[in-house]
Ligand binder design. Sequence first.
Ligand code: ASP
Length: 450
Amino acid sequence: MSLTVCKFGGSSLADGNNIKRVEAIVNADPARKFVVVSAPGKRYSGDIKVTDMLYECYREVQETGSCAAAFAGIRRRFRSIVEELGMEGFDVDGILDETEREIEARKSSDFTASRGEYLNARVIAAKTGRQFVDAKDIVFFDERGALDEKRTYAKIAEALRDCDGAVIPGFYGTDAEGNIKTFSRGGSDISGSVVARAVNADLYENWTDVSGFLACDPRIVNNPEKIEIISFKELRELSYMGANVLHADSIFPVRKGDIPIKIKNTFRPEDAGTLILPSKKYKKHGNIVTGIAGKKDFTVIFLEKSMMNSEVGFARKVLSVLEEDGIGFEHMPSGIDTLSLVIDSHYLTGGTLEKLIGQIREAVRPDYVRVLENIALVATVGHGMAFNVGTSARLFAALSEAGINIRMIDQGSSEINIIVGIDNDDYEKCVRAIYRAFFDDEKRAEVMPD
Ligand code: ASP
């Protein structure tokens, strides 16, 4: 029988009624044996996520030694969930009392933040009649704070081997000293991926409040096409450039295990969602371009020096300066006598840009240095681009027709993306122009006017 690990996000579990939907989804398919849960999220805009309320508890404990005031809100959330679920015999107050005492005693930010997932998993396990398996016993971090993959996969496989159904809290595990440690925010996606890999699932379902990935940002293009199938590589490019549905680190465990991910909408389970496939299982179909994503606020440092190509070590010296200053770079397009560094502008505030340029001048003595600020990057991503002659011509023609001045071009060596650098002010216009050039006529009509 096939095996699915499903992870439900905070909005899918925000109140008792949503949890009832989740229960119906889980019960609808016997393959859905293992369920990873987030803490209750926002019920309406302006509401506060339980995880954020817990961080507030931690602040209160630090200041006063008690978290009584902030924990009262958490108590209300879980009491009302249990009430909505009609779980009369469930001793929610007993579990909440114990949790409050532990938060006050341990005085740990990670422990406190993890309790939303812990409490939610306890409730959902009891409601669905599944075993509660605590993440602290099966997810481990090493001395450097990275996931201890070997130990974690072995422990999960062992704990779930003879288990018919389990609910596992996401977001946390145990560090090398035996203390609770969390992943970064949104980390339950990683927990789900890790569990899927450990039990060698056929599918990792990630249930959220949207019906998968869209071909571009719906705030820029009205009603863009849904992405039905995407490869891990394409997803990596798009999420790196800002298309956020999944935590970026959640891709790696399942990708290594060749396990597909399906993004599904808890509130519209009938929608197809987006299927994310390993390259081996992915066959290109339909559009040449799968999606468009981008980010604003980059700085390009353009260096020119004659005979740069024959100066051994030029790039290394430039990159050493960046390394010493702790500055990362996003892209490094180069020509015979030119090299450009594309850097996220947040690294370069408060005089850092001027200092960096001084250091680069000293290190490599360029003939010419030019700085372009307020640059946006737009990535056009799709496996089809490598095989379709004329793709870049189409893209650049569209930008020229829209009157957009291209400041930089970078094509990834994988040939699945073309990145253009343009002025921040042209960002939305650029995304729309590319969308019009590559997506179908019907949709083109709905693109927002420039
Ligand atoms: N509850 C955690 C957060 O809000 C983790 C998660 O939901 O994935 O970031």
